[in-house]
Design a protein around this ligand. Structure first.
Ligand code: ISC
Length: 471
């Protein structure tokens, strides 16, 4: 599998690593145990702080709530055009073959897999669903822990059926809290930023060439992205990066799965029961550190009145509604609104629907991806131009990232404001992109990608002005 090599705890069992096709044919058997944590069990420790100083981590945290995970009990991988469907089948087969006890039955309790999906059908990066060994979750009703271990007679061979032995959840939580309080502060100094796939001049030229092709009628909108390589001055644990992202961008979804990390503001879909919600973002104004409320209000007025940004948003919104209409009995899309983040303002639309039939979150992700917020309109033409001019494999950037539970519900964002960590503590490939319209200005678009990279650059200590107040 590509992505971060796991740093295994001494004595930890080896994860089962299977292709999705292998797992669907001979499903692995896991044993999952969820227990409620007593009120106050986390001692006020924020979820993300449980990951400080650690590398093989999973995260899905929004406004302090969500899931954090450690280790890997199972890793499923797939590539190519069928990757999402293959992973869906493999997960369903795994759930059928597994045992679990979950007295809570709430979103995120019981068997859960976290996933990161490559943007393109042709990507060399693996799309992955992984089951952490330990998950700590929290919602408005309280906190819980889930552990996953191989079931007796398990592996891909099946057999057995009796519950497996799980670690004591109280002792495990005590260890996690102690390790979190003892984690040393990491330095932010000395990070170096280098160009990766294209230098600035080449990227501006790619934008200009794309505008020409759009003016000649090849597409209406194309989302182009670029990457930079950030080498931290000192090895920076993934969990520490996540803590910084979560503190600075709490309204975003702070995610980490298999070395793909970020703080995304764009919810591709949440499925709870038959109820679906999706947040579409397109159209951006750049904020600057120290902007006054008056300056922010001026920027907001500019963005809401910008013809280019409104056209860009309308195309992204229409592509999501069009993809959802055949899947839902009801789709509602109220007027767009303005979303304010520390680094940018966005035009945003919240779309809700009631899913007809029994499609689960992964099937819906497959139907929606890639939206015009990350690819363009029409989809095929935009995808072709991206491949021809961007000069890189996006890997899992701009792909779906999220989690799915035992009966197919879950939450999936688009992996934006993100970076890819190939080896723990090593360089991070940071991405940023923007919707290009026929009248786009290449300099403005380049500046917009810089603003969108700021969450990751800040968390990696690669901004001139540190964005986080505290480690
Ligand atoms: C492609 C990215 O942003 C998308 C999401 C929101 C606004 C966008 C825009 O205004 O261009 C992009 O469509 C990115 O953050 O890398």
């Amino acid at each position: 599998m590509s992505g971060a090599a796991p740093s295994r705890r001494p004595g930890a069992p080896r994860p089962l690593v299977l292709t999705a096709a292998e797992a669907a044919a001979r499903p692995p058997r896991l044993s999952f145990l969820t227990t409620a944590l007593p009120p106050g069990a986390l001692n006020g420790t924020p979820l993300l702080d449980l990951l400080t100083g650690r590398d093989d981590v999973v995260s899905w945290v929004h406004e302090g709530r969500g899931l954090v995970g450690l280790g890997r009990a199972l890793v499923l991988g797939a590539r190519g055009a069928g990757r999402i469907e293959e992973l869906r089948r493999a997960w369903r087969a795994t759930v059928y073959a597994s045992w679990w006890r979950d007295p809570l039955v709430r979103p995120g309790t019981g068997p859960v897999a976290a996933g990161t999906i490559a943007f393109s059908d042709r990507s060399a990066a693996d799309s992955v669903l992984l089951v952490p060994e330990v998950i700590v979750g929290a919602d408005e009703s309280g906190a819980w822990m889930t552990t996953a271990v191989g079931a007796p007679g398990g592996g891909a061979d099946g057999g057995g059926g009796e519950p497996a032995e799980h670690p004591d959840h109280g002792a495990l939580l005590a260890d996690l809290l102690e390790a979190a309080s003892a984690a040393p502060a990491a330095s932010s100094r000395g990070s170096a930023v280098a160009q990766d796939s294209l230098d600035d001049a080449s990227w501006r030229a790619a934008v200009a060439a794309t505008c020409e092709r759009m003016r000649a009628g090849e597409a209406q909108k194309v989302v182009l992205a670029r990457d930079v390589l950030v080498t931290p001055g000192e090895p920076l644990p993934t969990g520490t990066i996540l803590g910084r992202l979560g503190r600075t961008y709490p309204s975003c979804w702070t995610f980490a799965v298999d070395g793909m990390v970020g703080a995304s503001p764009e919810m591709l879909l949440r499925l709870a029961g038959r109820r679906l919600t999706s947040r579409v973002l397109a159209g951006t104004a750049r904020r600057h550190p120290g902007d006054t409320p008056r300056r922010t209000a001026e920027l907001a007025a500019w963005l809401e009145g910008s013809a280019k940004n409104n056209r860009e948003h309308a195309l992204a919104r229409a592509s999501a509604i069009e993809a959802l209409m055949p899947l839902c009995s009801v789709v509602e899309a109220p007027e767009r609104f303005l979303l304010e983040l520390p680094n940018v303002l966005h035009l945003a639309s919240d779309i809700t629907g009631v899913v007809a039939g029994n499609a689960g979150a992964l099937s819906l992700v497959g139907a929606l991806h890639p939206t015009a917020a990350v690819c363009g309109t029409p989809r095929e033409a935009a995808g072709r131009i991206i491949e021809e001019v961007e000069g890189m494999d996006r890997g899992r950037y701009a792909g779906p990232v999220g989690w799915v539970d035992w009966h197919g519900e879950g939450e999936w964002c688009i992996a934006l404001r993100s970076g890819s960590i190939a080896a723990p503590g090593g360089p991070v490939r940071v991405f940023g992109g923007g919707g290009i319209m026929p009248d786009s200005d290449p300099d403005d678009e380049l500046a917009e990608t810089r603003a969108k990279m700021r969450p990751m650059l800040g968390a990696l200590g690669a901004l001139p002005i540190p964005e986080t107040g505290r480690e």
